[in-house]
Design a protein. Structure first.
Length: 307
């Protein structure tokens, strides 16, 4: 049979494993304590009728203990889930603690208020994005830097050794029998085959370019306006030449009459002027004028068609 007063005399005046002593006040570390203080009214062990509120994974539960279930420790606490709404949670507490001591009802409501407030703050903080700060030990950073430097030196050394061995292999320094690692040997063979394939492809492309026949292209002819301008210029030139030739013929006819008149008048004739080195304008024009031949193809075509 449980006796609350005897339990408190033992716990309060002798020893309690949940008590945390300070200079001013003693605190209780028991998870079911409703206030967190070590006193007679707040002790969950020295009160056979007790109620408290606990938070599990963001949800609030009302825990109640009664003297009727003291004989079975597994069913000692009755648990009731409280709704997220603060007003409805207060109504649930009032409903289940209707005939309980006023001290427990008041302290449970205070605990419910505090827990609801810090849950709201937790949800707000969870929505905010915060940068994750990670520490980098100085020794680890230095160790990784040294390893990277050593790896770079080893890679350069391996490449230089490989290049030197390839040069000796190509020059025939070691004779005909070799004992190479298979990976490096296959790698070199692949590189040589790729180079030969590239050369073959270049040669094939050159041969194809040479074998290709030149393409025939069609270019636009002269414009009609240019042809018409040329025809007009040719016709004007022909007219000028015809007029010049007619003028020269008329002058040739007038020459003997002029000579006769000059002889009668005792003036020097054209022959005398030529002998003296004087040339007339007509003679200069004749010498400057080139020989022009005119062919009339249209008339010949008409005559052939008539015949």
């Amino acid at each position: 049979m449980q006796h609350d007063e005897i339990i408190w005399q033992v716990i309060g005046h002798q020893h309690c494993s949940f008590r945390a002593k300070t200079v001013t006040q003693n605190f209780c570390r028991n998870e079911y304590n409703v206030t967190g203080l070590c006193n007679r009214s707040s002790c969950p062990l020295a009160n056979s009728r007790y109620a408290t509120i606990k938070e599990i994974d963001g949800l609030l539960y009302l825990y109640m203990k009664s003297i009727e279930r003291a004989h079975s420790p597994k069913d000692l606490w009755e648990r009731v889930k409280l709704p997220r709404n603060y007003a409805k949670a207060l109504e649930t507490v009032d409903k289940h603690l209707e005939f309980w001591p006023k001290f427990l009802v008041h302290k449970n409501k205070q605990r419910l208020t505090k827990m609801t407030q810090y849950l709201i703050r937790m949800r707000k903080l969870a929505l905010k994005v915060k940068p994750k700060i990670m520490t980098m030990p100085a020794k680890q950073v230095q160790r990784e830097a040294r390893r990277e430097a050593k790896a770079e030196v080893a890679a350069v050394l391996d490449r230089s050794i490989e290049k030197e061995l390839l040069q000796r292999l190509q020059s025939g320094t070691y004779g005909d029998i070799y004992n190479f690692p298979m990976k490096e040997y296959e790698k070199v063979l692949d590189m040589e085959s790729m180079a030969a394939a590239d050369e073959d492809e270049d040669e094939d492309e050159d041969v194809e370019e040479e074998e290709e026949e030149p393409e025939v292209e069609y270019v636009e002819g002269y414009e009609m306006e240019d042809e018409e301008d040329e025809i007009e210029e040719f016709a004007m030139g022909m007219k000028e030449r015809l007029t010049e030739s007619s003028e020269s013929e008329s002058e040739n006819e007038e020459i003997p009459t002029r000579r006769v008149r000059a002889r009668k008048a005792g003036l020097p004739t054209k022959r005398d002027a030529d002998a003296a080195g004087v040339k007339s304008d007509a003679a200069i024009r004749r010498k400057r004028r080139g020989h022009v031949e005119i062919e009339y193809e249209e008339e010949q075509e008409k005559q052939s068609s008539r015949a």
